[in-house]
Write a protein that binds this ligand. Structure first.
Ligand SMILES: Cc1cc2nc3c(=O)[nH]c(=O)nc-3n(C[C@H](O)[C@H](O)[C@H](O)COP(=O)(O)OP(=O)(O)OC[C@H]3O[C@@H](n4cnc5c(N)ncnc54)[C@H](O)[C@@H]3O)c2cc1C
Length: 356
């Protein structure tokens, strides 16, 4: 059988796999991407929202300005590639849940790193229950992830660079410095398998802490499609009067299917947020590849040369992936050092040679 030689094998065609594919293509490197082709994955159910401010404690994201710049630049490149605009800039109008949240916010406002993203003149939307007041977040918005992934997959399929198949890790063999998969050989393998990393014999020793998330689609007339409204849950515009309501954060779960409990939890919060009538259209779930220290994991396997991990994007896939994909691609191709916060080497003590 004749061998097909490429620079890289990418396993997983979610946000991580596609962003690294984009960087390799920009660098003129050949690659093959293998994806299971499931209808529901974390990347496909995600709201695609990006928000420079994180969590209940309202902290500013690590390297937020670089992440936002890379996100913007990458989606200009996507627009040039596919002739579509996938990135929507939209302010988040966030209502405080109680007085404590409003007090904590006032303390944070004293920091310039935080206040640069706050719009103090934002006023409550009539659709939003906001008895404790609201604030606006700038530099936020969403990416139409499902549409972008579908277009990117179609493009890669057309170019013969994507195969839909569940790759069994037993099929990957090493011959000298080269990786073999069926009749293909590769200099590098990049594992971007999302939550499936826990079943990946090469990387299952990493401290992943998976987090299931559920979302609803609702039909609601009268909302402003140019705003994201948020209070416990967020509403992100999809099309016409359809909005995505998300999300749940479930740390103990049995499978990736939507549950009644997840739906109830979303509806309870939605009913506290929304003053307008709505109808539920659909309900989806996915599993976020979150890590113990909540930072992504990038870099080479401690003992298998040229086998790389790009995972752990957690709750912030779209904000982090463009910057981190560029960072990892440069590391692989030009041997530049990785940022210690995301470097796989921070977990090397978890690895023993008895593992793969
Ligand atoms: C409900 C929900 C809402 C979210 N909302 C947001 C949001 O608003 N903003 C945001 O930034 N992030 C959001 N996230 C998080 C975001 O979705 C993740 O950070 C991101 O999708 C992770 O991307 P990934 O490519 O690492 O993993 P995945 O999306 O899981 O992609 C991995 C891919 O690899 C494939 N694969 C795995 N193993 C194999 C194998 N052996 N062979 C072949 N293919 C394989 C899978 O089928 C899948 O296509 C949300 C997540 C959920 C669940």
């Amino acid at each position: 059988m004749s061998q097909l030689q490429s620079e890289c094998l990418i396993i997983g065609g979610g946000i991580a796999g596609l962003m690294i594919a984009h960087q390799l293509e920009k660098a003129g490197q050949s690659f093959l991407l293998v994806d299971e082709g499931l209808n529901q994955s974390s990347s496909k159910v995600a709201a695609g929202m990006f928000n420079p401010i994180s969590g209940k404690r309202m902290t500013v994201n690590w390297k937020v300005n670089e992440l936002l710049q890379s996100l913007q630049e990458t989606f200009v490149e996507m627009e040039n590639k596919f002739g579509k605009n996938y990135l929507v800039q939209a302010e988040i109008v966030q209502a405080f849940g109680n007085t404590k949240e409003s007090n904590d916010f006032s303390l944070q406002l004293e920091k310039e790193s935080f206040s640069q993203f706050i719009n103090a003149s934002t006023t409550a939307s009539r659709a939003l229950n906001s008895e404790f007041g609201v604030f606006g977040v700038k530099g936020s918005g969403w990416v139409k992830t499902k549409e972008w992934i579908a277009d990117y997959h179609a493009y890669l399929l057309g170019a013969g660079k994507l195969i839909y198949r569940k790759k069994s890790w037993d099929e990957l063999k090493k011959q000298g410095e080269v990786w073999q998969w069926h009749q293909h050989s590769f200099n590098h393998v990049i594992s971007c398998d999302g939550f499936e990393c826990v079943n990946n014999p090469y990387f299952n020793w990493l401290p992943f802490k998976l987090c299931k998330g559920e979302v609803l689609h609702i039909n609601c007339a009268g909302l402003d499609p140019n705003l994201i409204i948020k209070k416990g849950v967020y509403l992100v515009h999809q099309e016409a009067d359809i909005y995505k309501v998300g999300a749940t954060y479930e740390w103990n779960f049995e499978d990736s299917n939507p549950t009644e409990a997840g739906k109830e939890s979303l509806l309870e919060k939605l009913n506290k947020l929304l003053t307008l009538p709505y109808q539920i259209i659909s309900h989806e779930a996915g599993i976020r590849p979150t890590t113990r220290d909540r930072a992504a994991i990038l870099g080479e396997h401690p003992s298998h040369k040229n086998l790389f991990c790009f995972n752990g994007l957690g709750t912030k896939g779209i904000l982090q992936a463009p910057f981190l994909a560029q960072h990892l691609a440069t590391h692989i191709l030009q041997k530049t050092p990785l940022e210690s916060k995301v470097d796989i080497a921070r977990f090397n003590s978890f690895y023993t040679n008895s593992q793969f």
